[in-house]
Design a protein around this ligand. Structure first.
Ligand SMILES: [Zn+2]
Length: 414
């Protein structure tokens, strides 16, 4: 990775508490182009600034982050971490020193306060290109013209943006803050939109889905969504990455950075396709979806060393998050079930033993002889457990982004 450990840590906390920012580094861990709290979608708009406008944006971003650094230093020295306490302490000073508009200063204060929410043991610093949040007082959309009026160091600028018709329709439901970020030299806005969650469909059954390493997803119908393509790309990249890391030149670092981007985009595309297919299957056949509740997957799963990297990767979490949000938009309920023994229990006779799973891929019941593809068996067990979740489905694991606003839904099985 071209970034040092220090910078990585800086990015991690800076983003963690509120997702108010965006960094390419974080995108590897949690893809935030689309994060969700079920009915909230973040859409990405590419800005098309003129050279002068781009320069103004760059200066705005770096000044705002310099202000954050300044506020952070004050917070650290005086051990004051609350937003309002900080505002009392240094609002006037920051406004005069950095020549920012009042709203900009307020946003900077929130950003610093948010950054310290996680803990107050490390002093926070901000990269000059770190994303900043805008609210309606300093940014407004002219949706029909595909342009935004945005506050910069040079005053208000009207900047065009690229946007498809679907995104335009979504923009009409935009609420709250919008983030400005510079990614790879391009300028983006990340706007939070609210989408009406459709009423849950009446369902007759549950589609169990087992997400795994060898097979990315296997459902209880026996449909195997193979991860072969994704794995091949990963493997090839990993080999190349090791070679480049050993080399350690500036050029090799640049190549590594590019590689990470390619892999991320490819995995995201595969995840979008898979999740779309799974949700469509559930909807068409009037079923809810059941997934394993994977809060403790890292401690629970024992995987071969060669598989661990894949298992712990962000792509895995992304697929789950995509399934959950696409299901929500389609009115398909998602249930999370206890993952214990899903790969050991026999769906035919109920015999539960570790030895039932002969190898990674095959399952043979020691009691009744029932046999099949191990992942398919797991998906079937997840389906059965999903059917049992009726009154109080657990949505606590709905996404990495947290989902405070989720309504529990009933599964129409009675
Ligand atoms: Zn059996």
């Amino acid at each position: 990775m071209p970034l040092g450990a220090e910078a990585q840590r800086a990015c991690a906390w800076e983003q963690a508490p509120c997702f108010s920012g965006f960094s390419p580094l974080l995108a590897q861990t949690f893809d935030l182009y689309y994060y969700l709290t079920i009915v909230k979608l973040t859409i990405q708009l590419k800005l098309l600034p003129t050279a002068a406008q781009a320069d103004a944006l760059r200066r705005t971003l770096s000044t705002a982050n310099a202000a954050c650094d300044y506020i952070s230093a004050v917070a650290w020295q005086t051990r004051t971490f609350g937003k309002f306490a900080l505002q009392k302490l240094c609002y006037q000073e920051v406004r005069e020193t950095f020549n920012l508009t009042a709203q900009m200063v307020i946003r900077a204060l929130s950003k610093v306060a948010d950054a310290y929410k996680l803990d107050t043991n490390t002093k926070r610093t901000f990269r000059s290109t770190s994303a900043i949040a805008y609210d309606d007082r300093i940014l407004s959309f002219a949706i029909p013209d595909s342009s935004v009026s945005i506050w910069t160091m040079d005053g208000r600028a009207a900047i065009a943006f690229a946007c498809g018709t679907r995104h335009k329709a979504l923009l009409a439901s935009r609420r709250g803050q919008t983030d400005l970020a510079c990614v790879g030299g391009n300028w983006y806005l990340f706007a939070t939109c609210e989408v009406d969650e459709p009423d849950p469909l009446d369902v007759d059954d549950v589609l169990g889905v087992d997400l795994g390493v060898t097979n990315i997803a296997v459902d209880s119908d026996g449909q195997v969504h193979s991860g072969k393509a994704i794995k091949n790309v990963r493997y090839r990249h990993r080999q190349l990455r090791n070679k480049l890391q050993r080399k350690g030149t500036l050029g090799s670092h640049r190549r590594l950075w590019k590689l990470a981007g390619q892999e991320r985009r490819f995995a995201k595309h595969v995840n979008h396709t898979l999740s779309k297919r799974i949700v469509a299957t559930a909807k068409r056949t009037k079923r809810a979806i059941a997934l394993e509740n994977l809060t403790h997957i890292r401690t629970r799963v024992r995987a071969r060393k060669s598989q661990r990297a894949a298992l712990h990767s962000w792509a895995f979490a992304q697929l789950r998050a995509f399934i959950v949000y696409k299901a929500a938009l389609e009115g398909v309920a998602v249930h999370f079930v206890d993952p214990r023994n899903t790969s050991r229990r026999c769906p035919s006779c109920g015999h539960c033993a570790k030895e039932n799973r002969k190898t990674q891929s095959s399952f043979v019941c020691l009691s009744c002889g029932f046999a099949g593809l191990a992942d398919r068996i797991a998906a079937e067990n997840i389906r059965v457990l999903g059917r049992a979740v009726v009154s109080q489905p657990d949505y606590s694991d709905a996404s990495g982004a947290g989902s405070a606003r989720v309504k529990p839904k009933r599964l129409g099985l009675e």
